[in-house]
Design a binder for this molecule. Sequence first.
Ligand code: SDX
Length: 431
Amino acid sequence: MEAKKTAKLSFDGKEIELPIYSPTAGPDVLDIRKLYAQGDVFTYDPGFTSTAACDSTITFIDGDEGILLHRGYPIGQLAAKSHYLEVCYLLLYGELPDAKQLEDFETRVTRHTMVHEQMHNFFRGFRRDAHPMATLVGVVGAMSAFYHDSLDINDPWQREVAAIRLIAKLPTIAAMAYKYSIGQPFVYPRNDLDYAANFLHMCFAVPAEKYNVDPILARAMDRIFILHADHEQNASTSTVRLASSSGANPFACIAAGIACLWGPAHGGANQACLEMLKEIGSVDRIPEFIARAKDKNDPFRLMGFGHRVYKNFDPRATVMKQSADEVLDLLGVENNPLLQVAKELERIALQDEYFAEKKLFPNVDFYSGIILEATGFPTSMFTPIFALSRTVGWISQWKEQIADPQMKIGRPRQLYLGETHRDYVDIENRG
Ligand code: SDX
């Protein structure tokens, strides 16, 4: 990168010149890498709201304009015209595939969907009522105990195999976590089904009878996968990058990302959002919850609203809302009480000056939970579905970072406000 201009920082009699780089899109960045050496100061940015931790060519978000691009392609076009495995190819390799490349990629993923048979034993060690995210973190991390031929991050071929294995096996593991939680037998993947249909089949088929995947539900599932595929340097992706910077193996890094995604402020919001809609229960109780969300003394927040980056609207929520209408029409539950509460909550919230002032709009999690519940998933499966969708984003960012010659172990500093030096006091002299 070449600095086209610089910034001058003057303090304590020092003058430091810092390079400024211009991106292909988004704000310029100030390179502060020499600041500590030249100025003996750290920057301070808890939550990294103003800090670029890396450069990337994968995803671009403009929060004010509600823009989300994957390798330059708008999310609305990808959701309308593409399908999840094609978006996976785009995120991984940077370009849309031609017919042969797509066929080869889909065949490779399809042929990696089974897990090592011994991994079935892992599930036996969990309680049946374990949250599927707990199971997912454990089993994905344990993949490094099985797939020893794709652990060496310095071997491009092993990185490639690890990426394909993770994209292929996450749906199988998530479906196994679900089946285990309801006491039903695991259902093996089927190579004659596409990615989304295969996942629905592994979740809802039983050995006792034939299960036909509804193509509209499969399309809605595929669209949910696309809408959650990647989102630049969000909390879980940053976790994967930081874990990867130590040289940890890909399965350990993705398990770390799953653990971070679980939080209700992040990927856990879709489960929390649906539980909130159920707690609201009816349209006439919405004002009570809006008041709670505005009350500084009440920790309650409207789950599914707000975003660290989007301060206008989340373009994924727009597509998700269309999908929700289609799925619920198909299932004949367009009068779903939860959807009525959700639509009325959105209407009221967007009229309220608090939400306008705080720039709080429905995010990707607001409608996804309604689709997933209508499709028959329990709320505990919402975040595992987010995790399996986001695996391609995590692994694409992981590959990008490892291939970056500038990569070094991540090691933030701190503003220390604790005790300065003091000597040990023997217990008889304390108090
Ligand atoms: C995801 O980063 C990503 O890209 C994430 C994600 C991805 O694809 O990876 O997009 C997925 O995580 C979407 C977000 C899902 N989370 C939720 O829906 C949970 C509810 N939302 C909030 O927790 C919150 O909005 C965050 C965490 C999403 C964003 O928080 P910010 O931008 O750090 O904003 P903030 O917490 O500093 O809040 C700013 C103000 C505060 O009021 P003041 O202190 O200024 O008076 O807005 C208020 C907050 O109290 N506020 C809310 C609110 N969100 C923020 N008030 C009520 N309800 C909310 N949902």
